[in-house]
Design a binder for this molecule. Structure first.
Ligand code: DAH
Length: 369
């Protein structure tokens, strides 16, 4: 009979030398399988005397247990090695490459619009839209510029050749379509299509036949309309003052209302903000010395004319409102220190890289803007 100790040493050497799980399994079968060497020895116990069987039986059980344990131990070692090998070779890259948006910038005009939505959104205003190509009714007549009224001449209009659909209310007036000269046309569309109260702002491109240092044929405006029962000039002044101070981020920015004429408001006003000279440039705000206080106009405003309300089917006996309109380029230039209006439309990416805004850092009501 094979010497148990020799068999043990032989198997132990084999187990320690096994360098993969398949080899180890082969050893297990050759030792402990049905036809294995240890199993074969176990089978010889039956033909032994009871005393022999007792001692050999014990010895064989010890051998079997020991080999089983060694196999388990080596299996653990080999599994770990195998896992380490897989970890080292099977690398899965689950990160995404960075998105290209980081390269782009938000145009200062878009930034200003987003800031205005944030400020007016916090005051409960909604945002409306209207078309760039308008008809005479929405751009002029409904806004109380009757046909032939000299105030139409204040706005050098681009007319298109195709005729507009003439509204029944239009009576006379120009039948050509035109590029809207102001966003006040959206006031009309909004009031025609909705029921008061209205608390709405709108943005958009506007067009006038002008081209010099401070005028471009296309520019942007913002319009605001607020109509409800019992709206007074005090609401207009409060809303505008809060708005310009929030927009320019100057809590004590001086705001001045100067009487002015626009056909669609009565009374009408131009709104100025205070600035003073500082070094070579200017600074918005309250001057230390009242004699140094200077004013610049930034927007037109007023109480909506009763003819305008009537033209839009709103009863002026019940409803009143205020409105204002502001040029976005000028406000943006003042806020961000951009000196030349024409650069807004040059499409120069170096300019945009300098004056543009991070697309991931948008104005919101938590940051104010
Ligand atoms: N539409 C005027 C313009 O373009 C600006 C304006 C003035 C708008 C007074 C208004 C307003 O809503 O009430 O010059």
């Amino acid at each position: 009979m094979t010497n148990i100790n020799t068999l043990k040493t032989e198997l132990t050497t084999q187990i320690e030398a096994a360098n993969d799980l398949q080899a180890l399994d082969d050893i297990r079968i050759s030792a402990l399988g049905k036809k294995g060497r240890v199993t074969a020895l176990m089978k010889t116990l039956g033909s032994m005397t009871p005393e022999e069987r007792k001692t050999k039986g014990q010895e064989l059980n010890v051998l079997k247990n020991e080999i089983t344990n060694q196999l388990k131990k080596q299996e653990k070692v080999l599994k770990k090695v195998e896992m380490e090998e897989r970890l080292a070779t099977e690398q899965l890259d689950i990160t995404l490459s960075i998105r290209p948006e980081r390269k782009g910038h938000i145009h200062p005009i878009s930034q200003t619009m987003d800031e205005l939505v944030t400020i007016f959104g916090a005051m409960g205003f909604t945002v409306a839209e209207g078309p760039d190509i308008e008809d005479d009714w929405h751009n002029f007549t409904a806004l109380n510029f009757p046909p032939g009224h000299p105030a139409r001449e204040m706005q050098d209009t681009f007319f298109l050749n195709n005729p507009a659909k003439v509204e029944p209310e239009q009576k006379s007036g120009d039948t050509r379509k035109l590029l809207r000269t102001h966003t006040s046309s959206v006031q009309i569309r909004h009031m025609e299509n909705n029921e008061p109260p209205f608390k709405t702002i709108c943005f958009g491109r506007t067009y006038r036949s002008d081209w010099d240092m401070t005028h471009t044929p296309m520019f942007h405006q913002m319009e605001c309309i607020c109509v409800d029962k019992d709206i007074t000039m005090a609401h207009l002044k409060g809303c505008l003052t809060d708005f310009v101070r929030a927009f320019f981020k100057i809590d004590d920015l001086p705001v001045r209302f100067r009487p002015s004429f626009f056909p669609f408001v009565e009374p009408g006003a131009e709104v100025d903000i205070g600035y003073f000279k500082k070094g070579e440039g200017i600074k918005l705000g309250l001057a230390d010395n009242p004699n140094d206080q200077k004013w610049m106009e930034i927007l037109g405003a007023g109480m909506v004319h009763c003819n305008v309300l009537t033209n839009c089917g709103v009863n002026p006996e019940i409803y009143q409102g205020f409105a204002f309109g502001m040029g976005l380029e000028r406000a943006t230039m003042l806020k961000y220190g951009i000196s030349d209006l024409r650069t807004f439309f040059d499409s120069d990416t170096r300019w945009l890289d300098h004056y543009g805004f991070d697309p991931f850092d948008r104005p919101n009501s938590a940051t104010g803007q």
